[in-house]
Design a protein. Structure first.
Length: 245
């Protein structure tokens, strides 16, 4: 409890006392080095809005962070579950993940949309039409796309093409190797501007809208530290909102 009080005092008075020494370095798992505008590998370093968000949250706090590249999101969840990394970023809440990770307060929102190759001739109005017509959708294995899509992952799994890299998914869509792809709308906007054949599905409601959190390993992060990190997120709410707008 004394440690928590000390950390909270650091958080509350950081603007007056300046930069504090790093008391603990938290490891963050990343699996896609090209997920613009959130994560981009530039000159051997990861940059982007997710990296900037962590910088905002942990600035003038007792925490530092280091990013570790992992092969895919499935591996990232495994490492988090076993306590080999401390933080998973850009996470939607699921009860399964909450068994091994604490969720922080939300630090942004996410809108998942459907993208198509404009040369497609398919006539679809919803996910049911896509799966009932035997069409294929590109998705990221570790992403959460809402309750409806979760059902199709079981009943129509052969129609879902999983890739770890967003760039690979959009390359497949551009070459019409898949019929559709689901992606965060900011990421989708980036890729659709650079691939003349890719467009967001018109008149198609968002696949999913969700609050996005940090996941903190229950193996390595204490409840007291979760409270401190939540305070940091709330303290920097305005800056985080401006970043993701």
């Amino acid at each position: 409890m004394n440690k928590l009080i000390t950390l909270l005092l650091c958080v509350l008075f950081s603007t007056s006392w300046g930069v504090f020494a790093c008391e603990r370095t938290l490891s963050v798992g990343a699996h896609d080095a090209f997920w613009p505008p959130y994560v981009m590998g530039i000159s051997g370093q990861l940059q982007g809005k997710e990296v900037d968000a962590l910088t905002i949250i942990f600035k003038d706090s007792p925490f530092c962070f280091e990013i570790k590249m992992l092969p895919n999101s499935k591996r990232a969840f495994t490492e988090l579950r076993h306590g080999r990394i401390d933080i998973g970023w850009a996470a939607s809440y699921t009860s399964e993940r909450a068994k091994y990770a604490y969720y922080t307060k939300a630090y942004r929102t996410e809108v998942m949309r459907l993208y198509e190759n404009k040369n497609n001739t398919h006539k679809v109005k919803n996910l049911a039409d896509i799966f009932n017509q035997g069409l294929t959708i590109g998705a990221n294995f570790g992403s959460y796309y809402g309750t409806e899509f979760e059902q199709y992952k079981t009943t129509h799994k052969s129609q879902i093409e999983y890739t770890s890299a967003t760039s690979k998914r959009f390359e497949m869509l551009n070459k019409q190797r898949i019929d559709f792809a689901i992606e965060d709308e900011l990421v989708g906007t980036y890729f659709s501007k650079r691939a003349k054949n890719i467009v967001a599905m018109p008149n198609f409601k968002a696949i999913n809208k969700d609050d996005i959190h940090l996941m903190l390993s229950k193996k390595t992060v204490s409840v007291d530290e979760v409270k401190v990190i939540n305070q940091l997120i709330l303290q920097n709410k305005a800056a985080l909102k401006a970043l993701f707008e």
